[in-house]
Design a protein around this ligand. Sequence first.
Ligand code: URA
Length: 205
Amino acid sequence: MPERPTHEALLEAVRGCRGCELHADATQAVMGSGPPGARLLVLGEQPGDREDVEGEPFVGPAGRLLDRALTDVGVDPAEVYRTNVVKHFRWSGMRGKRRIHQSPKTAHVAACAPWLRAELSVVRPQGAVLLGGTAGKAVYGSSFKVGETRGRLVDWPERLGTEHPPAWVLTTTHPSAVLRADDRDAAYDDLVADLRVAAEALSAG
Ligand code: URA
C-alpha cells in the first residue's frame, strides 16, 4: 500500500496485490476508476468477466445498465468514481465462453479492505452508493440486508474509522440482479427510484 496514496499510485500498487489467493486465477486486479475528485462513489462487488479482461470496472452488461440508470436520474456516469469491494475476479468453471462468477468470501473482502480505504481517502466523495449485498456487508457488517435500507440515505458507519467518510450512503440492489430479475423493467424502475434519491442528495450539495 503506497504511503501517500494517489490514484496513480494505487493503480500501480494493486497490480502486485497478493493479499489473498484470488490473484492467481484472475487476469489482473481492477482498481476503481473515475475522476479523483468525484462527488459520488459507487461500490460494487468485484470485477466480472469483462472487467477482468479489460482491467476497468463496470464495463460489462451490469456496468452498462448502471450507466443507463445513472443517466436516467441526471448523473453523468463519467463524473462518478466506480469501484468494487474486491479487486480480483473470483470465478470457477465456464458457461460457454464466459467464466462463472463466484461471490467473494468474507476473507477476500477483509483482505481487500485497505484498497477501498485508500480510494476513499483519495476521492473523498460526498456520497456513496452501495450496490447489492456484498458492498452492503463490507460497509455495515454481515447482518446487512439490502431490503432493509434501500432507497433512503443512511450514515457511513463509524466502526470503519474512515478518515474522510462520505456524508451519506444510499444502498440499493446490484445491477446484475436487475439483469437476472423475472420482471426486469420493474427491477430497473426500482433501481432508478433509489438512484434518484442519491441524485437529489448530490444536487442539494
Ligand atoms: N459487477 C460489479 O460488482 N462490479 C463490476 O465492476 C462489474 C460487475
